[in-house]
Design a protein around this ligand. Structure first.
Ligand SMILES: [Zn+2]
Length: 124
């Protein structure tokens, strides 16, 4: 029942973590967010808790990593050695209506949809 979880990605921004989580779940992968509540409620603790981790069952880790390889934009590249900062404009999109979200917002100004709704521990 309790399959071992492995961390497949870490994020400093809850928005990025949510985008990646939703993308993985759309591929049928069961994703868990770790430390998300702590980070969200106290940003200054984020470095201490290792940011936000996305965890998947070990049996799905390869599939998750394959998705990241296909869609490298899903990864938090801020800490990597990438020198192409220009292409990463941090623009997040509303997953409900597709509107571009202001970087500091987690709620869509167009439709009111919010990333922070639900800390889904449920797997469809
Ligand atoms: Zn929207």
């Amino acid at each position: 029942m309790s399959e071992e979880l492995v961390t497949v990605a870490t994020y400093r921004l809850a928005l990025q973590a949510e985008v990646a989580r939703v993308a993985l779940e759309q591929e049928g992968i069961c994703v868990f967010r770790a430390d998300s509540n702590l980070v969200a409620t106290n940003f200054f603790l984020a470095p201490a808790v290792g940011y936000i981790k996305l965890e998947v069952p070990r049996s799905q880790a390869e599939a998750a990593l394959a998705i990241f390889q296909r869609q490298p934009g899903l990864l938090d590249r801020g800490g990597s050695s990438s020198n192409s900062e220009e292409e990463d404009d941090e623009a997040a999109q509303c997953l409900s209506c597709g509107a571009t979200l202001p970087e500091e917002e987690d709620r869509c100004p167009a439709c009111g949809w919010s990333y922070s709704v639900g800390d889904s521990e449920d797997c469809a």
